[in-house]
Design a protein around this ligand. Structure first.
Ligand code: SAM
Ligand code: SF4
Ligand code: SF4
Length: 353
């Protein structure tokens, strides 16, 4: 195992650090609970592909909560301290709070978060909080009803998402982050209104560059709004200052309004890649482990799990996968090539961002 070359990773409760070929420690596991979603965001699950006849995973093909807990426990044993539930839409799983409770019980987990489109959050926010959820990220691309509808594939409503955010606030889940994917000509003209709305709320809005994940969204570089351009637009309205990372491996570049209005994050995977700090593994709903958001293949954990591999055997598989990892897609991406000759990449809805 290579030494950890990152400066000061967070304390590893298991006492283990598993570092890849570029010295990046395994610290985060993103767990995709479901491949299904109640939205059809064109940049993620366009309706043209994910139509009524699309065959999603059957229940028997998805990992059970018990199996997910086993993988998470093994990952924690290898140094993972941060877990995130995502999807698809994770709250389509009505038992999500039970899984959160099981994950919160794992010794060594110091951060437990959920990413959701927010539409199903209102009735379960309190249950998630009492189960041990620490943080929530809620996706909301625009406050304008028409723009929102365009970006959600005509599903859900701004009101439902705002109700979800309010319920998370009432439940005491903090911090709340608001994820905004920015697409040129689609929602970029509504970004300032959205920032204004959340200024002073204590919630952190994160502006995400539209990425070439998967092969179904017809990604084009022209639709990416570089974070630099957004920052200039924001600075023309409110003075902001850069603030440092909260922890190594944090992907967002952080800014604060100088008048105390709160924090904004930029996730600039396309124009300012951050592969050097990438400490994330991703588990799909059918139990495939991916070591990069742009991976073309992963490692099946479901078969060994269902053939009685045991936790020691599973740990060996995970460790082997991480030790040989050398992914740095975003640093190597050539936008013209990415758009013209797309690799056969895993889709975002399978691994949850
Ligand atoms: N359904 C949940 C949601 O939307 O929050 C969780 C899964 S979703 C795949 C996780 C995050 O990925 C969301 O914030 C979404 O906006 C983001 N995302 C999806 N496709 C993207 C793309 N092509 N570029 C950038 N972000 C994307
Ligand atoms: Fe569903 Fe989230 Fe993908 Fe939108 S971004 S389609 S809400 S999984
Ligand atoms: Fe990590 Fe892959 Fe994204 Fe680079 S491109 S930051 S390695 S997920």
């Amino acid at each position: 195992m290579e030494a950890d070359r990152n400066t000061g990773p967070p304390a590893v409760a298991s006492g283990r650090t598993t570092a890849d070929r570029l010295g990046r420690p395994l610290q985060d596991l993103r767990i995709s609970l479901l491949d299904r979603c109640n939205f059809r965001c064109p940049y993620c699950m366009p309706e043209s592909t994910f139509h009524a006849d699309y065959e999603f995973l059957k229940r028997s093909q998805r990992l059970t909560h018990e199996e997910i807990l086993t993988v998470a426990r093994v990952a924690v044993g290898l140094g993972v301290t941060k877990l995130r539930l995502t999807g698809g839409e994770p709250l389509l799983d009505k038992q999500a709070p039970d899984l959160v409770a099981g994950l919160a019980d794992l010794a060594g987990v110091d951060d437990l978060a959920l990413t959701t489109n927010g539409t199903l959050l209102e009735p379960v926010a309190a249950a998630l909080k009492s189960a041990g959820l620490k943080r929530v990220t809620i996706s909301l691309d625009s406050l304008d009803d028409d723009v929102f509808a365009r970006m959600s594939g005509g599903r859900g409503s701004v009101r439902q998402v705002l109700n979800g955010i309010a319920a998370a606030e009432r439940a005491g889940i903090s911090p709340i982050k608001i994820n905004v994917v920015v697409q040129r000509g689609i929602n970029d003209h509504t970004v300032l209104d959205l920032l204004e709305y959340f200024r002073g709320s204590g919630h952190i809005v994160r502006l995400i560059e539209y990425m070439d994940v998967g092969n179904r969204n017809g990604w084009r570089m022209e639709e990416v709004v570089p974070s630099r351009e957004l920052l200039e637009m924001i600075e023309a309205r409110w003075p902001v200052t850069a603030v440092g990372r909260n922890y190594p491996g944090e992907v967002a570049r952080r800014y604060e309004y100088t008048d105390g209005g709160g924090e904004i994050g930029f996730i600039s995977s396309v124009t300012e890649p951050f592969c050097g700090n990438c400490s994330r593994a991703r588990l799909s709903a059918d139990g495939v482990l991916y070591t990069c958001l742009f991976a073309t293949r992963g490692t099946d954990l479901r078969t060994p799990l269902r053939h009685g591999v045991g936790e020691a055997g599973l740990a060996e598989i995970l460790e082997r996968v991480w030790l040989r990892r050398s992914d740095r897609y975003s640093e190597q991406r050539q936008p013209e090539v990415a758009a013209a000759q797309p690799l056969s990449k895993v889709e975002m809805y399978r691994i949850g961002g």
